[in-house]
Ligand binder design. Structure first.
Ligand code: MG
Length: 396
């Protein structure tokens, strides 16, 4: 690892863990966090959770797991150039989607609707619940007991209501910044942008692979088309169908590189101007990890294209409609019959152990336990449970 800049997070000066533990002999605190995440149950489940395309639609589409690995790769690469802490960036990237429900955003929206009278459901908050409460691996505490800086990065967004609840449980903790409107570390800011760069690029790839969008349509997206034209200029033969997807891959590869270099240059310029002395000063400044102005616009155009042409494609909408139905039905079924959940979840209901903020009465607590159970499911497990409980066969 290259030398850390003064504004990077230094594991030797971490704000620590909620339960004090002796340092590991061979690993820094952030390396230790990353290892805990990789060994967690929630991390293994990411392999069968949808990004955009449902898991059964094809083996080569991105899942939450491969998406998280791509975010980690992009994040590390940018962090290295800026003197930021690569290990922390990787750690946050691998954990950032742990709280996602099955079936992508359709699942999350459905679960949020189910929880409307019980504090709602936010996937960022759920990622924090997973690492703070829901993983059961250690004799001394619930959760993974991760360091402050990792948890700060995981809690990317948080409503003011939830922030107040979290702050009451952990004064001066990871939710405080949403009440004070300050920024997280540069490593956390970087994961946010790397997430966006990763999904914009891989959704083009998956979209074209699925046949739902075409290279011809992508001519309306200057950020992509510019690199497609340059690629064809350098390799005219890539037009031939016999060359398969090389034109697509090379165009995306160039587009990704351009975005990475743009973030490095724009962020370095912002850092040179602001000259933060340490991470505490970073937190008080406006967000510094950024695209340049032109790239920000180009990225926005690409996002708008994907929203219109891919995420709202009738075929995607049809499966998301079914996914929504599965989540709504499951929620209703477990609320009526908690005995259909595994014993550990039934026990959490009967003993009043929802953990964390949000559950203020018995009904809210029972609903939170059901939401936790459903949020933890993989796509295929949710579809199978739905079939078992309703007799209906959707999504398989
Ligand atoms: Mg993500």
């Amino acid at each position: 690892m290259t030398a850390l800049a003064c504004y990077a997070c230094d594991p030797a000066r971490t704000r620590g863990r909620r339960f004090i533990q002796a340092p590991a002999p061979t690993r820094t605190e952030y390396q230790r966090d990353r290892d805990r995440i990789v060994h967690s149950t929630a991390f293994r489940r990411l392999v069968y959770k949808t990004q955009v395309f449902l898991n059964h639609e094809g083996d080569l589409f991105r899942t939450r797991l491969t998406h998280s690995l791509e975010v980690a790769q992009l994040g590390r690469s940018i962090a290295r150039s800026l003197g930021l802490n690569e290990d922390l960036v990787e750690t946050i990237a691998l954990a950032h989607d742990l709280g996602h429900t099955p079936f992508g955003h359709a699942g999350q929206d459905a679960l949020n609707d189910c929880m409307v009278n019980h504090g709602g459901f936010e996937h960022n908050l759920q990622s924090l619940r997973v690492v703070d409460h829901l993983e059961e691996r250690y004799p001394e505490f619930d959760g993974l007991n991760l360091s402050f800086e990792t948890r700060e990065g995981i809690l990317k967004h948080c409503s003011a209501t939830h922030a107040r609840q979290l702050e009451a449980l952990e004064p001066g903790g990871v939710a405080l910044r949403f009440l004070q409107h300050t920024q997280p570390s540069l490593e956390a800011q970087l994961c946010n942008l790397a997430d966006e760069i990763a999904y914009n690029a891989h959704d083009i790839d998956d979209g074209v692979r699925s046949g739902l969008i075409t290279l011809a349509q992508l001519q309306d997206v200057p950020l992509f088309d510019e690199h497609r034209c340059q690629t064809l200029h350098d390799y005219p033969l890539l037009q031939e169908p016999v060359q398969g997807r090389r034109l697509l891959y090379e165009s995306i590869r160039r587009m990704l590189s351009r975005q990475v270099y743009d973030v490095i240059a724009a962020t370095q310029a912002a850092l040179d101007l602001a000259r933060p002395a340490d991470v505490d000063e970073v937190r008080r400044l406006p967000s510094l990890v950024q695209f340049g102005v032109a790239m920000r616009d180009s990225s926005r155009t690409l996002k708008a294209f994907l929203l219109q042409q891919l995420y709202r494609h009738p075929q995607v909408m049809q499966t998301t409609g079914q996914a929504r139905r599965v989540v709504l039905d499951l929620f209703a079924a477990y609320q009526c019959a908690p005995q259909e959940m595994p014993e550990s979840h039934q026990r959490r209901v009967s003993q009043g152990l929802a953990g964390g903020a949000g559950a203020t009465d018995a009904a809210a607590l029972a609903a939170r336990v059901v939401a936790d159970y459903i949020a933890g499911m993989t796509d295929r497990f949710a579809a199978r449970e739905h079939q078992r409980l309703t007799g209906l066969q959707l999504l398989s």
